[in-house]
Design a protein around this ligand. Structure first.
Ligand SMILES: NC(=O)c1ccc[n+]([C@@H]2O[C@H](COP(=O)([O-])OP(=O)(O)OC[C@H]3O[C@@H](n4cnc5c(N)ncnc54)[C@H](OP(=O)(O)O)[C@@H]3O)[C@@H](O)[C@H]2O)c1
Length: 300
């Protein structure tokens, strides 16, 4: 296949990832990485019907072995990948385990994304961009999250996180500590990788409170979904951070296609630099998260 640029995106079958895959397809070949073959086929068909190019790789991002095999398949495509987007993520009130026996939310949002990046990044050309989708819920001082009773990342250690154990004093809402901690870890890892790499650029994006996606969908009823999906867009202070998948997609695509060499930046839903939690900004914490994550993943 002849192409000048290619982009890898995880979780392109719904919400922000779907809108971003369609946006990226305007600029190059999109490599769609998702867990459901039928849904991937549908996205690929939509892109191809527009006269654009896409390929699909089936992969459950929570499963570290599958992630490494997907990275091998992608390398074998020999496409000029200039951007890699780690977007796949879950927020679930139901505790579950991945095939390695680890907390499913933590495995999907942090461990899988990190393992995928470690497997693929040595094969990316100099100057390629790697982007992670974070969440401001990781910050215990974030106003809208605080109002909703969220308490930010609750990190004890990577091993404890795999067991679904979080620092005490967390949120009363089931699944939120797992989500916030996983997002705090991937944000901290982004910053450590940016400092570490001389070749690639690592940035994170907080997409805003984005309505119309399926995040948390399996674990909430229709009233809660309506509140999160529509009312949040008009009630301050939530509305300040409100976004749509299409708006988020444009911001994310811009960061992924950037050619200025920016690295180690956390962008908000409008594409402006923002600050993460105090802990996520601490280089010692960032390095600890990466060292412990690598230590764990070596065992798989
Ligand atoms: N929506 C928001 O307000 C918001 C705010 C901050 C951050 N985020 C982050 O934005 C990202 C996208 O979320 P969204 O709101 O667009 O949610 P979404 O509509 O539920 O999309 C999530 C995507 O991730 C995929 N996915 C989930 N688990 C996977 C796994 N194990 N393997 C492979 N793919 C998997 C889903 O695949 P299926 O289609 O097969 O389910 C789907 O394509 C997430 O990282 C989320 O944490 C969202």
């Amino acid at each position: 296949m002849e192409t000048t640029k290619a982009y890898v995106i995880t979780g392109p079958t719904s919400g922000i990832g779907y809108a971003t895959a369609l946006e990226l397809a305007k600029y190059g070949t999109v490599i769609l990485v998702g867990r459901n073959r039928d849904k991937l086929d549908q996205v690929q068909k939509t892109i191809e019907e527009r006269g654009q190019k896409a390929l699909s790789v089936v992969c459950d991002i929570s499963d570290i072995k599958k992630v490494r095999s997907a990275a091998e398949q992608i390398v074998a495509l020999k496409l000029p990948i200039t951007g890699m987007l780690n977007n796949a993520g879950i927020m679930s009130s139901k505790a579950a385990k991945n095939v390695q026996g680890w907390d499913m939310t933590f495995a999907t949002n942090h461990l899988g994304a990190f393992a995928f990046t470690e497997a693929l990044s040595p094969h990316l050309p100099d100057g390629a961009n790697v982007v992670f989708i974070a969440s401001a819920i990781e910050d215990p001082e974030r106003k809208p999250a605080k109002i909703m009773g969220m308490r930010g990342g609750r990190y004890i250690s990577i091993e404890a996180s795999t067991r679904g154990e979080w620092k005490e004093g967390g949120s009363k809402m089931a699944g939120i500590d797992a989500y916030a901690t996983s997002k705090q870890c991937i944000l901290a890892a982004t910053m450590a990788l940016a400092r570490e790499s001389k070749r690639l650029h690592f940035n994170a994006v907080e997409p805003g409170i984005t309505r119309g996606t399926s995040l948390g969908g399996e674990s909430t009823n229709s009233v809660v979904r309506f509140i999160f999906g529509h009312l949040m867009a008009i009630i301050p202070p939530f509305s300040h951070y409100s976004s749509t998948p299409e708006k988020s997609a444009r911001v994310i695509a811009r960061v992924l296609m950037d050619e200025t060499g920016q690295t180690g930046i956390y962008f908000d839903e409008k594409g402006n630099p923002m600050q993460g939690s105090e802990l996520s900004r601490d280089p010692k914490f960032q390095d600890r998260v990466v060292a412990e994550t690598r230590g764990l993943l070596q065992k798989v």
